[in-house]
Design a protein around this ligand. Structure first.
Ligand code: SF4
Length: 329
């Protein structure tokens, strides 16, 4: 829980007790629970954790793009304005203009029947009122910036004519087009091979640094988080179980789940050479959430109280943890 200190500049984005609960025939199912998080201008925060821990849902909640049966609670403050109080029309102008988005698989996000250049130009026409010819010029400039070769002629290509890496570059150009203050990137390089992944991450980091953009990067890859993050938040079962400056979290992981993730991450030395340790068991489903600390059935360090009581989040400086090992007197 990287809460703002009184001396710190006002955060660009502040999540206060953010919750996402699905209303189902079997009753409410909490999928994101009391997430507190701050992002400042120019800062990159990575959310890590296994699939199903609530990372993507947290990003979707910020954009209010959750499924219709999701009920959002808490506050999502962007420049101090609570996005949960905006009308859908007002949210449409937040998306793209104030908050850019990059998703995992560009083929599902790019329109297959529209030229890539027109897709980059569209937000410029929509949000910035540019004429068709001005938007085309600006889109070609953006395609150049993200490293699309021969952008003048590639402008008229359709998504299926590009490689996965090139499509992801187009997604980055679209997300940057309106110079948003905040970029949400959900597993932006997962579908790419390691070399292209490195290129795309370097490109993303450089463009965001130039623009002083804040980035919320969702990844299950701790190597990506180590490369990109100023701050890392670890999510498990919809909760932020540990949050700290990146160097500190990697040097001194305090939550058993974070420790397990780090042990299970391949290092350059071990990659392909030895069997990696794994965290036993799997992430609980929303319908079968264990009582107490949701990690206790998988935790080697569990105490008696862990199965009965949810540990509170306790901060020590900029490092917060939700675990009875660090929060009991
Ligand atoms: Fe493990 Fe208990 Fe800490 Fe949960 S609260 S992570 S079960 S020690």
């Amino acid at each position: 829980m990287n809460e703002p200190s009184p001396q710190a500049p006002t955060p660009l984005l502040q999540l206060e007790n953010l919750s996402v609960t699905f209303a189902t025939a079997d009753g409410p199912l909490p999928a994101v629970r009391s997430v507190n998080l701050c992002l400042h201008e120019g800062e990159t925060v990575c959310l890590v954790g296994e699939s199903g821990c609530g990372k993507s849902l947290t990003a979707k909640a910020i954009l209010r793009l959750t499924p219709p049966n999701a009920v959002l609670g808490g506050r999502i403050l962007l420049h101090g304005q609570n996005l949960l109080e905006l009308s859908e029309k007002e949210m449409r102008s937040v998306r793209g203009r104030q908050v850019g988005m990059i998703f995992q698989e560009p083929m599902t996000s790019l329109n297959p029947v529209l030229k890539i250049g027109d897709q980059v130009a569209e937000p410029l026409r929509l949000h910035q009122g540019m004429s068709r010819s001005k938007a085309r010029e600006a889109a070609i400039e953006l395609l150049t910036e993200v490293g699309i070769p021969a952008p003048q002629s590639r402008y008229d290509d359709y998504p299926h004519q590009l490689s996965g890496g090139m499509r992801q570059r187009v997604m980055i150009a679209m997300a940057l087009s309106c110079k948003p203050a905040l970029l949400l990137a959900d597993e932006p390089t997962t579908a790419l091979d390691a070399t292209i992944q490195g290129q795309i991450l370097r490109l993303l980091a450089a463009r965001c640094r130039e623009r002083q953009m804040a980035v919320l990067l969702i990844t299950h890859d701790l190597g990506v988080a180590a490369q990109m993050a100023d701050t890392v938040g670890v999510m498990y079962a919809g909760r932020l179980v540990e949050c700290a400056p990146a160097q500190e979290l990697f040097a001194d992981p305090r939550h058993p789940y974070t420790q397990g993730l780090l042990h299970a991450a391949p290092s350059a030395r071990s990659r392909g050479l030895e069997r990696l340790p794994t965290i036993p068991g799997s992430v609980p489903s929303l319908a079968n959430m264990p009582a107490g600390c949701p990690f206790h059935p998988r935790c080697k360090s569990a105490l008696a109280r862990c199965a009965a009581e949810m540990p509170p989040t306790v901060a020590s400086g900029a490092h917060s943890t939700a675990c009875w090992l660090t929060s009991q007197p």
